[in-house]
Design a protein around this ligand. Structure first.
Ligand SMILES: [Zn+2]
Length: 205
């Protein structure tokens, strides 16, 4: 829908984004038609497996009506780069007036080169981290059929968890962190809600 020019019908992903008469527009490179659109902040809730993304994602879905929560799991990983597709879906949802909170193991390196990035008022990342011993405990406590209790599963997750702690402020854009080690789920939910409000208001006023 969005990528098809409403004037000439040409399909184009990498339209020029600019401001005309105080409206954000996407310019068709074929006919120069300027199509106004909503350029909203896109939010990512990330972190290693066991850090609490899915639990908090569900809470936000139920208790926070300011964002549309989408999980990476719903994306067909075999079709195209998953970040490109996630951003394309988010861009379409944003045209209805709400920002997307994308939940999954996303890091800037995978997303920032996306052609679709131009259609957003910033990409913002929040990682849930915890003490790695606790992470392993949580993964081992999962139902056995999920296969999370083996070292081959939890070791990369521990490394990923530690990666966030070490590099979150060394990547561009930097990743905000919440350490959930000593927080209840209710407290974590509240911190995430505050972060969402902060990102949405900062970018819309
Ligand atoms: Zn056109």
């Amino acid at each position: 829908m969005f990528n098809v020019c409403p004037n000439c019908g040409m399909y184009q992903v990498d339209k020029k984004v600019t401001i005309e008469k105080s409206k954000t527009v996407a310019i068709c490179s074929h006919c120069q038609n300027a199509h106004p659109f909503q350029k909203r902040p896109l939010l990512f809730l990330t972190g290693a497996s066991g850090a609490g993304k899915s639990t908090i994602g569900l809470r936000i879905q139920q208790n926070c009506k300011d964002v549309v929560v989408l999980e990476n799991d719903i994306l067909p990983f075999d079709k195209m780069p998953v970040s490109e597709l996630a951003l394309r879906i988010a861009k379409n949802i944003h045209q209805n007036g709400k920002s997307v909170l994308q939940v999954g193991c996303n890091i800037p390196e995978h997303v920032e080169k996306s052609l679709e990035k131009r259609y957003f008022d910033g990409l913002h990342y929040l990682a849930l981290v915890c003490d790695s011993r606790l992470l392993v405990e949580r993964l081992k406590a999962r139902p056995k059929w999920r296969g999370c209790d083996t070292e081959s599963y939890w070791k990369p997750q521990v490394e990923f968890n530690e990666w966030f702690k070490k590099f979150h402020d060394k990547v561009t854009p930097k990743i905000d962190l919440i350490d959930t080690t000593n927080l209840t789920i209710d407290q974590t939910e509240q911190y995430v809600k505050n972060w969402i409000q902060d990102k949405l208001t900062k970018n819309l006023d």
